[in-house]
Design a protein around this ligand. Structure first.
Ligand code: GDD
Ligand code: MG
Length: 350
């Protein structure tokens, strides 16, 4: 069985005011009633394919991680990071813990902050990648790009494996290229990296050892010296803090020579900003979308996201209105990327 590992320790400042440092987007109901963390747990709730999930998150989020799993009647082992060291350290912890559970385990590392609309197609992609992962490849899941986004990794697919068009060798992986490069990659038929990875635990450990040995060493020590407290696995603080900060994409995926890609056919969004929430949400006539309590009159292409108060919009076009108990955001849809700067400005004015 595959061990699912949810990486649930990231931030998500472009979704302010809903996403906050103390309660980041993966634990918030952004689209529908469940958080993407809960949706991800449900995605891998299939005993035929998966074992019990591991959740790797920051210690600050431990009660959200546990309570939100309980709310949907699912169980997971929650592993706590005592500091933010980005996704390479989290992946190292996942690989080492999975290897201890069973040497050579198949691990599916999942981003906990994405929306996938077709879980059955996602499972098909995982099944298709499993043999390539068994054979020692790190398997990524590629999606056909719709535009040259610079916030994604790009995959250059090579020849197909075993005559299956949806399973290919990877010729190159480039994380977050500049815009000009991204444009040329889209033209050349590169794929977006969806941010999920399937691999054998011993293979990931070998690749971490080859490319970022300091991360592997620090994290292995923090696993060796972990403590269990109220059922949480607490990684050892000083050892974990000794790990350099890096993302798995830069640390390993750009460098590894043992990689395959499955072409995914699932609808996906990493809901990084409010325009992406609008895109994936169900639309009313005129292309308006409401999450929570909202009413539109004479408006088009707008989003209302309001969990606690009735929010109304009259006569607007392509507007985003987000209302929470203590803060409101109003911005044109094509300016939502600036929310990150707004949050930084708010922090420095504290
Ligand atoms: N446990 C833990 N600890 N998880 C973390 C940490 C951490 O310190 N930092 C990030 N994560 C989690 C995030 O919550 C998310 O689920 C995942 O790791 C990826 O991290 P992001 O910071 O969101 O990465 P990204 O969006 O910039 O880029 C990745 O995803 C893109 C698709 O959305 C890359 O894999 C890209 O190549 C990819 O295209
Ligand atoms: Mg992300």
């Amino acid at each position: 069985k595959i061990i699912p590992v949810l990486l649930a320790g990231g931030a998500g400042s472009r979704l302010w005011p809903v996403s906050r440092d103390q309660l980041p987007k993966q634990f918030q109901p952004l689209v529908g009633n469940l958080s993407t963390y809960q949706q991800t747990l449900q995605r891998v709730n299939d005993e035929a394919l998966y074992g019990e999930p591991l959740v790797i998150t920051n210690e600050d989020f431990r009660f959200f991680a546990r309570r939100q799993a309980e709310e949907i009647d699912l169980t997971a082992t929650v592993v706590l990071e005592p500091a933010r060291r980005d996704s390479a350290a989290a992946m190292a912890a996942a690989a080492v813990l999975a290897e201890r559970r069973e040497p050579g385990s198949l691990v599916l590392a999942l981003a906990a902050d994405h929306v996938v609309l077709d879980n059955d197609k996602f499972s098909e992609a995982v099944k298709l990648g499993a043999s390539a992962a068994e054979q020692g490849n790190i398997v990524v899941f590629g999606l056909t790009p719709t535009e040259p986004r610079t916030s994604y990794g790009y995959i250059n697919p090579g020849p197909s494996i075993d005559g299956n068009e949806d399973l290919c060798v990877v010729e190159a992986f480039v994380e977050k290229p500049d815009e000009e490069t991204a444009i040329s990659y889209v033209e050349k038929g590169y794929l977006w990296n969806s941010g999920n990875f399937l691999f054998r635990s011993d293979v990931m450990i070998a690749e971490l050892k080859a490319y970022v040995p300091e991360i592997l060493e620090a994290v292995t020590r923090s696993v060796d010296e972990h403590e269990t407290d109220l059922g949480f696995v607490r990684l050892h603080k000083e050892s974990f803090e000794a790990s350099p900060k890096n993302s798995i994409d830069y640390a390993v995926i750009e460098n590894t020579k043992r990689m395959a890609v499955v072409r995914g056919h699932f609808r996906w969004s990493d809901i990084g900003s409010w325009d992406a929430i609008w895109e994936i949400a169900d639309k009313q006539e005129n292309g308006n979308a409401v999450e929570g309590q909202g009413i539109f009159i004479d408006s088009e292409g707008c989003l209302i996201h309001s969990s606690s108060i009735l929010t109304t919009v009259v006569g607007a076009k392509d507007l985003v209105v987000v209302a929470t108990k203590d803060a409101v955001l109003v911005t044109p849809k094509d300016r939502v990327q600036s929310v990150k700067g707004l949050v930084e400005a708010l922090k420095s004015s504290d």
